[in-house]
Design a protein around this ligand. Structure first.
Ligand code: NCD
Length: 315
């Protein structure tokens, strides 16, 4: 088995064979998820705690379902009502939970780097469910699985990532993963929404949708991350939709068989036209959600195997 990590904190430390190992296992779980025999035992006897310090629908639900399908005891911490509200620090909260002997901690936090810090303090496997604008590894992996299933490969594809790149952990993790697998990655968006230093990322940058989408096999749209903006990054939502919102006319610039992706939550009429999002011939948005469960099952399965091996070695 080629997956030697103790935690899943980001795409950055993963090697291409590790990514392939994880996606191959996720593919098998995805097939199983479509049958009536959904339950496996990879996490039997293990405890998974989900700590979401930021709102989430898809990610939290799919980590919970993934854990339950694999037989773990899953607990969702209600962070809004926890002692965090009384001023307890992230590390104190983590140490408290660590004392209850969890095996897997799934953490989402508004600050970039917070999940890595936490991973240093606990003795279980930590999965990053999104930290600030830094990384969201399981999202990039589920996007990769969706692309691989639809396009039959995950290399030498022409992939456009469009919109608010600067504030997006989804974009960052995807750029890292797609780059490692040797794809041509193009970022499209207004210059105000491009991160500083993007010129060193090994990607092409466009501020015009028609030019950027030319020849694209995959069109990935992103939400405007208003919660991470501290000023006026766009003139108005109307103007933004006009220039960067994905409508039929702009999509016609991509390849005829290009697929449309979006991590959700979607703002229809801001970054994407509702009819395109719902067009089952182009949009794979629901399949992304489906693959989310499979990828999280695979990630937790692999980390649990490493954890068990480590514990056996020290027993
Ligand atoms: C993304 C996130 O939280 O980073 N959503 C998700 O996990 N499906 C993207 C977003 O919030 O726009």
């Amino acid at each position: 088995m080629t997956f030697s990590k103790r935690h899943l904190l980001g795409i950055e430390p993963l090697s291409p064979p590790e990514i392939t190992t994880l996606l191959d296992l996720a593919d098998r779980y995805a097939e199983r998820e479509r049958t009536t025999d959904k339950h496996a035992t990879a996490l039997a006897g293990m405890t998974q705690i989900n700590m979401f310090f930021e709102n989430s629908t898809r990610t939290q639900a799919s980590f919970e379902i993934a854990g339950k399908r694999l037989g773990a005891d899953v607990m969702n911490m209600a962070m809004q009502t926890s002692s965090v509200k009384k001023g307890e620090t992230l590390i104190d909260t983590a140490l408290t939970l660590n004392a209850m002997h969890p095996d897997l901690l799934v953490v989402r936090h508004p600050h970039s780097g917070a999940v890595n810090l936490l991973a240093e303090k606990v003795n279980c496997a930590v999965l990053n469910a999104g930290d600030g604008r830094h990384e969201h590894p399981t999202q990039a992996l589920l996007d990769a699985l969706t692309i691989r299933r639809r396009k039959g490969r995950l290399h030498r594809l022409n992939i456009a990532i469009c919109g608010d790149i600067a504030h997006s952990r989804v974009a960052r993790s995807n750029i890292l993963l797609l780059g490692k697998m040797e794809n041509r990655v193009k970022l499209i968006g207004p210059p105000t929404l491009m991160p500083a230093g993007v010129a060193d990322w090994g990607v092409e940058v466009y501020d015009d949708m028609a030019r950027g989408l030319e020849g694209a096999d995959v069109v990935m749209m992103l939400r405007l991350q208003r919660e991470r903006m501290d000023g006026g990054f766009i003139p108005s939502e109307r103007e933004y939709y006009h220039r960067y919102g994905l409508d039929a006319e702009k999509l016609a610039c991509a390849k005829e068989d290009a697929i449309v992706m979006h991590p959700g939550p979607m703002n229809r009429g801001v970054e994407i036209d509702g009819t395109i999002a719902d067009d089952i011939n182009r949009s794979v948005i629901q399949e992304q959600v489906e693959m989310g469960v499979a990828v999280r099952m695979a990630a937790m399965d692999l980390l649990a195997q490493n954890l068990a091996a480590e514990r056996a070695a020290y027993a």
